[in-house]
Design a protein around this ligand. Structure first.
Ligand SMILES: Nc1nc2c(ncn2[C@@H]2O[C@H](COP(=O)(O)OP(=O)(O)O)[C@@H](O)[C@H]2O)c(=O)[nH]1
Ligand SMILES: [Mg+2]
Length: 257
């Protein structure tokens, strides 16, 4: 990760517990070839595998620890082709979005513009906040760069997103950091959603100003203990592949062509 940019979202929320946000649904968006699947597989397995079926959409579940808190990360690896499609479906499911382009492909950056525009319009209409991270991938392709870092920063700042540049085939920690930042952004958004109740003062009851964190999706359940290794499962699958090449299954759900 070489950079990070975005509006200051820290606010004065540190006193509010975020233990209730235990499930985070994240959709990875971007045009075909930007490296969505490679990034996800890197995050889940620490490995870079260069070829995936570009038409495969899957949702993976990973148990992780972020800032000493267990979290269940559900990540949808989408398979739109050249431009945004299915936005309503993604918006119905996801708490946050990773919008990915490839720094060596100007067109993929322009497609991100369409995604961000569409996401912002929809979330405004729904009066809902969904954190978005703009992510320039393939940082190892610096020599062939078509999208400057400042272009990425400018677009992220226009839409109020965080911004990173990473490479799915280089350092794992940078990729992991991005996914953990998504979780943090979801927690911050959940805190901002806290309903403020009027002060209630009687002789019997203490004054209560804030309720507990509003769960994002079926949260506040008891979590199972987290094993050392990440548990990765495929929650749902909607294979759209037209290819019939032989496949090797690395982990449940990962087909390597
Ligand atoms: N050099 C380089 N190639 C990458 C990187 N990430 C993905 N790729 C390659 O870009 C192509 C498209 O990646 P893929 O993950 O299938 O893209 P998706 O269609 O967005 O899911 C594949 O050939 C990958 O090997 C990266 O960080 N660096
Ligand atoms: Mg893919």
């Amino acid at each position: 990760m070489s950079s990070m940019f975005g509006k200051n979202r820290a606010g004065n929320l540190s006193t509010i517990p975020d233990k209730c946000v235990k499930e985070c649904n994240v959709a990875i968006l971007g045009c075909k070839g930007s490296g969505k699947s490679a990034l996800l597989v890197k995050f889940l397995t620490k490995r870079f595998i260069s070829e995936y079926d570009p038409n495969l959409e899957d949702t993976y579940t990973s148990e992780d620890i972020v800032d000493q808190q267990p979290v269940i990360l559900k990540i949808m690896d989408t398979a739109d082709q050249e431009e945004p499609a299915n936005m309503e479906r993604y918006l119905n499911w996801a708490n946050a979005f990773l919008v990915v382009y490839s720094i060596d492909n100007r067109r993929s950056f322009e497609v991100c513009h369409q995604y961000l525009e569409s996401l912002c319009q929809c979330t405004k209409a729904l009066h809902q906040e969904r954190p978005i991270i703009l992510l320039g991938n393939k940082l190892d392709m610096e020599r062939y760069r078509q999208v400057s870092k400042s272009d990425g920063i400018t677009m992220a700042s226009k839409y109020g997103c965080l911004f990173f540049e990473v490479s799915a085939c280089l350092d794992y920690d940078c990729v992991q950091h991005v996914f953990h930042e998504v979780v943090r952004e979801i927690k911050k958004a959940a805190k901002r959603k806290l309903p403020i109740h009027p002060l209630f003062i009687t002789e019997e009851k203490p004054a209560v100003a804030l309720s507990s964190v509003t769960p994002i999706s079926a949260t506040c359940k008891e979590m199972p203990s987290i094993a050392q290794a990440k548990l990765i499962t495929v929650k749902s699958s909607r294979a759209q592949s037209k290819r019939r090449a032989p496949t090797l299954t690395l982990l449940k759900g990962f087909k390597i062509f």
